[in-house]
Design a protein around this ligand. Sequence first.
Ligand code: TTP
Ligand code: MG
Length: 584
Amino acid sequence: MDGPRRKRLKRQADSIIIHFDKDCFYASVFEAETPSLRSRPLAVQQKQIVVTCNYEARRRGLHKLQLIKEAKRICPDVVIVLGEDLTRFRNASKELFALLRSYSWNARCERLGFDEVWMDVTDVIDYNYAILNPNDLTNSFFCLSKNDPEAGFPIDASTVTGSTYPATSTDSTGALSDSLRLRLHLASHLAAHLRGKLESEKGYTCTVGISTNKLLSKLVGNLHKPNGQTTLLPSYTSEDGDDAVTSFIDGHEVGKIPGIGFKLAQKIRAHVLQRPVDFDAGLVYGGTKENVLVGDVRKYPGMGAEALEQILGGPGTPHGIGAKIWGLLNGCDDTEVGQAREVPKQISIEDSYTRLDSLDEVIKELRMLAKSLLRRMHADLLEADEDVRTPEDDVDSAAIAPKRWQAFPKTIRLSTRPRPPQNADGRRNRSFARISRSAPMPNFVFNFKESVDALSERLVTETLVPLFRKLHPEKSGWNLSLVNVAATNMVDAASEKAGVGRDIGKMFKRQDDVLKQWRVEEPSDTVGGSEDVPTPSQEDNFATHDRWESEDEDMLDDESYRCEECGAVMPLFAMGAHARWHQN
Ligand code: TTP
Ligand code: MG
């Protein structure tokens, strides 16, 4: 029953958004390096889990977040590659993003993790819509540049490329006068072109969704995986809810809607089912036994923004959550596609451990982390400086290519995660709070003429060890399960009027002066060693495990973890990688 007719939310349909999700991303990075792997079942291992596998492996029953042991049992000839060093994934991700970004006019390209990208192509589509000849749509030309009328490709604008939702179009010729429909046709041709480029130039396939906002474009892509694209066709709005968007979104399980995490979904399910939801049973990766569809929620008597505020509101949830979630359940999402950022907000490197207890062990680990951090700072913050190649520069004899820092992190932060002691019943509380201390980033780290090894050694002895002693004044027995070192408080060099880093020679003479203004004095003595609980570690919101310690396998049998976002149950050690993967 539909209940009393209630006011429908108006969906904005001015923007055109394309969402890209690379297929089996980590596995495809290895396949791009070694094409012969494509035809074999391939799994990527981090610790004891398969973080992803290719479609050949999936065809044989393997899946993401499976134990390696299990994968080998199901598919004995599986090829297993180690995916613990994220460098290759980060580089591939940057490269693919740069390709997509090069087609954007407004720079509205946003990454989610390593393998998803949204592009707001409204301006490109509107431009092409304006130059269409409505009397000859079949012989149209898609323009990729405002300045070069030759740059582009021929298209048939009267049809869509790829799959659609609804699958069979109820198109009549009249529909072609619908501007939204035509703009979506255009976007489908652009998406196909970009997918072609990613595949022919970089060797990657991806799954693409095309619609009018971030939520709908991401969801609709899932309909044709892998290597497919789906356009969500009009109608986008109606009085009585029989439009395509409503029927599309209504068919989703509530927990599958991005933005509705596990906890929120459980509360909504409980309300609609009018009973406590089965919390434990049947939860597997990405699924749940309790199936409550968006349509069930939307049509539930009395449901609306206010009702949802009542159901979901309370301590820990932001005010206005009801309206936000009601919007999502109606396919509305007014969040903008972020503008491409060149420089990360912070860079952090961490590793997890079974147990870290002695200062020697800690120093050894800090050394590895400091080295990784400096390498990442070089990779992400240093750029080639074309400007220093003035005639009097003796470029040939320069020991290093001219480089400049794009940004300077003002602060270095050390965080640890001590394991809570066991309770009387022998189990541990699942408390994973981190503690941290920060200090000004010492200037010497910006000297890229010195080796990373030498710099990291200095960083450890002069900064990280003193920070560690403040964080853990006790002599030993810390039982640390994680150590994280982060460069934070990023200041954009370009925003400095002095143009720091324009000239490397001058820069180092000037460095102390310039950096002085950014120096953060450490609070004289922060009490208790815990000044903040760091927010998720890094800009690209991804696991930064540049290497891993192997954990004691025995721990796994009785220790499992349920992700609060999606409800996935996994071995405890997968928690870190999985949580960071979610942070978006
Ligand atoms: P996904 O997009 O979930 O997976 P995928 O790209 O491998 O596969 P699909 O074709 O279904 O899109 O995640 C992207 C990458 O992130 C994946 O290749 C491996 C990594 N990853 C983790 O490191 N930890 C995790 O918990 C998950 C789910 C993925
Ligand atoms: Mg993917």
